[in-house]
Design a protein around this ligand. Structure first.
Ligand code: V47
Ligand code: SF4
Length: 386
């Protein structure tokens, strides 16, 4: 289905050639993406992104009932990822590493049968090797066989490979045998080497992040991808980042969703500097990144808004800017709350339904592969004609 583009809704004349491409289903190039990042016509941009989203997903907006488990906050990169407020050195106040019993206790709410996914990520801990995770995944699958395991970022996979002296593929294969189903998209930050040098100096580089995801996709392990924005990156860095994701998706088709992550400046080193310089993301920028993601990543079906970071209300507005999925009814999120996120640590089902219905969309619960498992309503009142 072709996107229903209405050029009368475009106020910035320089966007008209792009609107024409969108209407024809022609792939946007990097110059187009830059123009979209720079346009003051946020509503025009949103209309294009919404038209593409509705052509792909109709008015259905999905969410998943997932539960976060962060097994260790001990991380060898504690001093060099200057945007992270979550990590600790082993002997630092607040450092923790869960035992298997603690992980199982944390997972306990899934016993009710409502949770369908564990999202498991943590620090690069020298004492949490491959066996720590294979034992954990096996136990979780034994206790909660109905729950999908989405675990370990590309950065954690590379760390395990390094400390175990194994290849990425060997690590991924062992984890999959133990119960890993898919991988989350964290650790991407912004791929540009110049940006990484400033915010995550010793972290796995952008090309290697892509290479780990390629290795996963080749093994049939699907993954998400992210982009941390709103710190020191330029618009060109954003476009280069999105291009690398689009290229891998062309190659493997293994990505499930793109999730932009709004940089949160509280309680971390980098934030002190950026706040002094008056820099942080704004609602406009948050909507813009989601909409450009929808338009430029034409080979992705799902664009997810992370309400934990941008607030539930902005995520709701984002449903008119190309977004078709909201981070779910999350239980116990820690990474963002360590850097001062004031959003709730979980949203009850009724609240998610209210937000999606309030945006005149049709809520549907999905599984980890974005298959709808429960519809709620499909007979919403039509929006009054304008
Ligand atoms: O990799 C860390 C980011 C990520 C800060 O795949 C920060 O379904 C903002 O990747 N401000 C982890 N962001 C979260 C993540 C994620 C979240 C939801 C869904 C999925 C998925 C993945 O959080 C880290 C890093 O990029 N992060 N510190 C900060 N101060
Ligand atoms: Fe460690 Fe990840 Fe935090 Fe970097 S962002 S310090 S790798 S936990």
């Amino acid at each position: 289905m072709k996107p229903a583009v209405d050029v009368d809704r475009i106020r910035d004349a320089s966007l008209l050639p792009i609107a024409e491409k969108v209407a024809q289903g022609t792939r946007l190039d990097t110059a187009d993406a830059l123009a979209l990042f720079r346009t003051p016509d946020l509503l025009g941009l949103g209309h294009l992104a919404d038209a593409v989203n509705q052509a792909k997903n109709g008015r259905v907006v999905t969410f998943a009932a997932n539960q976060h488990i962060n097994p260790t906050n001990i991380c060898v990169l504690r001093k060099t990822c200057v945007f992270c407020g979550y990590a600790r050195l082993p002997k630092e106040d607040g450092a923790y590493r869960y035992t298997l019993d603690q992980v199982l206790a944390e997972a306990e709410p899934a016993r009710t049968g409502l949770t369908r996914e564990f999202h498991i990520v943590g620090g690069l801990d020298m004492q949490a090797g491959l066996e720590y995770y294979t034992t954990m995944f096996r136990a979780l699958k034994r206790e909660f066989p109905h729950v999908h395991i989405k675990a370990l970022t590309a950065v954690e996979i590379a760390h395990l490979a390094r400390i175990e002296k194994l290849s990425w593929k060997e690590v991924l294969t062992a984890l999959r045998e133990a119960g890993l189903d898919t991988m989350p998209g964290g650790g991407a930050e912004t791929f540009s080497a110049a940006v990484r040098e400033q915010i995550a100096d010793r972290k796995l580089g952008g090309a290697d992040y892509i290479a780990v995801h390629r290795a996963a996709h080749e093994l049939g392990i699907r993954s998400n991808c992210t982009m941390l924005y709103g710190h020191v990156e330029t618009m060109e860095d954003r476009v280069a980042h999105l291009s690398m994701l689009r290229d891998l998706q062309d190659e493997t088709g293994g990505y499930l969703a793109f999730i932009p992550l709004a940089y949160h400046p509280d309680d971390n080193e980098l934030g002190k500097r950026l706040q002094r310089e008056g820099r942080a993301t704004t609602g406009f920028d948050d909507l813009r990144v989601l909409a450009v993601g929808r338009l430029f990543l034409d080979n992705f079906r799902h664009i997810k808004s992370h309400w934990i970071m941008v607030t539930p209300f902005l995520s709701q507005v984002a449903l008119a800017f190309g977004v078709n999925d909201m981070e779910g009814t999350v239980v116990r999120e820690k990474v963002y709350h360590a850097v001062g996120a004031t959003t709730p640590q979980g949203l009850p089902l009724a609240e998610i339904l209210k937000l999606i219905r309030g945006a005149q969309r049709i809520p549907a619960e999905r599984d980890a592969f974005y298959q709808v498992i429960r519809h709620f309503d499909d007979d919403l009142p039509r929006v009054a004609a304008d």
